[in-house]
Design a protein around this ligand. Sequence first.
Ligand code: AMP
Length: 446
Amino acid sequence: MSFSHLGLNPNILKAIKEQGYTTPTPIQKQAIPIVLEKNDILAAAQTGTGKTAAFTLPLLEIMNSKKNKNHKHHIRALILTPTRELASQVAENIQSYSKYLPFKNVVIFGGVGINPQKAALRKGVDIVIATPGRLLDHISQKTIDLSKVDFLVLDEADRMLDMGFIHDIKRIMTYIPKHRQTLLFSATFSEEIKSLSKSFLRNPKLIEVARTNSLSKQVSQVVHYVKKDIKRDLLASLLHKEKWNQVLVFTRTKHGADRLGEFLNKNNISSLAIHGGKSQGARTTALRDFKAKKVRVLVATDIAARGLDIELLPYVINFELPNVPEDYVHRIGRTGRAGNIGEAISLVCDEELQYLKDIEKLTKANIPVKPIEGFTVSKLNRVDKKTTSKNSSRRNSTRISESTETKNTNRKDRKTSRREKSKTQEKFDFKKEIDTFINKRKKVRV
Ligand code: AMP
């Protein structure tokens, strides 16, 4: 099947061709016709399989078919993402797919000046790609009008509906019309997120290209059991010996990312760190230099785990395993994208054994353990219950703090905005469900 069989107009086809796409990916084949028929969708597909085009192309097609001669810009589509980097990337994709159409888009996120965003909004745009915090700033300052939104897309939807973002999403939804088309995309969905999301989707079609939470077959995985205090030596040794030239390394904390980056640089392995504690300028530079292969290693927290598309990235290393198993799927999904192969290496110490088990349970996979002479141990001690429960409470707080860094909304604005809530255009009809969900989650995690 080619793109022309999907009922897309020639201007979109021309733009796709210039991107070098010849055939639609499985998620595109399935999602595009269903979105064109104006259905809401809940779509699960593995990382790196073309989800951005799967929602953008039909959206552009519908917008284009409805436009009149004197096209007037107003916000028709709102796309929400969990990180600034992903928002930028989605905006770049939309820009190229809509190159021959009269639509304008703006990307909105914190950590950069708000005035250029206000100016773009004043001039008029059709598509807004945003992270929730800065979008709420615009809402409270009345610099954005979401009353004519026809399409809402939640990219990395499970993350957007998780504890760290759910309150913001809940508020944003009160500013957009009830009658809209809602599209939810992610590689991972828990059962509770699935049932929550159904409460604000209208007769959604469920699209599952591969089993939810499954890993791409393009990525080979390996685990090294290693004592915590020699992890960084093992990492440096691997990087020296294997001569890997582009490696994304994940740590669990911002501080840990900085320290590891410094250690690697001292050991003549060029590296930069990217995390929520860095200025937006430093984040952008780090990602750009890594993509351009100016540095060998990018040390990142989970802000780089979602959606980022780094062309032909061959290696992902989990210096520490994530404490939320879904994050593992997203982290290693940075490699093995668009049909290429990749390798995911995890350095696992005693206290992470439970995380490894959680990951294997979620992905229904046994990750092979490989020894490395002089560094690894053959067996790890079991984690006792006490440690596990301590870790689960940390699991909750880490997730929340990671997301707050993307919000960056000042409290005063939020108060003003709360007052405005009484003037909202629609009654929030899934509030009860969300509150139940949040309470349930609190009980499980605290
Ligand atoms: P995404 O999952 O949207 O981040 O896309 C992953 C990668 O696949 C990106 O580099 C896209 O440019 C690429 N891609 C998306 N659709 C296609 C297609 N139909 N053919 C070839 N590459 C594609």
